[in-house]
Design a protein around this ligand. Sequence first.
Ligand code: UDP
Ligand code: MG
Length: 316
Amino acid sequence: MNTLAVVVPAYNESEGLREFQRRIGLVFDGLDLQCSVLYVDDGSRDDTWQVMESLRAQDPRVATLKLSRNFGKELALTAGLDHVDADAVVVIDADLQDQPELIPEFVARWREGYDVVYGTRSNRAGETVLKKFTSAAFYRVMEKMSDLPVPRDTGDFRLMSRRVVDALKLVRERQRFMKGLFTWVGFRQTAIVYDRDSRFAGDSKYNYWKLWNFALEGITSFSSFPLRLATYVGFFAALVAFVFGVIVFFKALVYGDPVRGYPSLMVVVLFLGGAQLMALGMIGEYLGRTYVESKQRPLYFVDRHHAPGASAAKRD
Ligand code: UDP
Ligand code: MG
């Protein structure tokens, strides 16, 4: 029988995990696959790990993985993918915003021969207008800037075939923008449109500052357009400066214009100073990322790992 593994990254999600397990258990019962779920505790501060372990004690289909600290969702996902060996792997959030009940549909498309089946949100319940707007803006900017067709309004909720997971495992960059990487590996991909629910319990782990940084990560990982932008702005400024220089020169020569120009001087100096600092900052973003990669640190550390069906007596 084919196997299916579900990877669930969770950070301080103890309130919702039991309900998640109940719903995913029902989904598993209806599938003719050998199913398991791997909960990844991303260094939670609440009792998420204890809840995971009690779920494991109750159901042999549950596996658990605890990271040594909070590494962030992208790395928790990576750790999860590294620790499953099923024929198909589903990635889903622990907060029940993505419905586990869609998994059978994903599986059906996978059986049709698709390697990646991703969920595209048509509606996002319980999210603010500002979040929806910034998120929509991000996907569109990303689309324009990178050569990579990252599908719009698509989160991490998806099913991947074994070969896609194996391909992803070869990509070991530290600054990970998983959505981009999922697309980058290629293979036959297809979408399923769904309505996103609001959170079952707790609050989003992302504030706007974190999302902004996440967006920068996405752009710098998949596009070098901002670096080129500085070149274009520079060319344009030099051109304008040349034309302006010619005008000033002739005015002084022909009309004997007295040299007056403090305001324009100030404006130009400040504008160019600002543009230069911005360009430096952009270079800095890329340089910083190169620095992080060059250190070659491991992506994450595992504190504990229990495979599915491991005896509950071995608990710690
Ligand atoms: N998450 C994680 N590590 C983190 C932050 C979040 O594993 O540092 C998990 C979180 O528990 C949830 C998923 O990533 O299962 C998505 O997080 P969240 O719901 O806060 O994001 P949103 O849906 O608001 O974008
Ligand atoms: Mg969420």
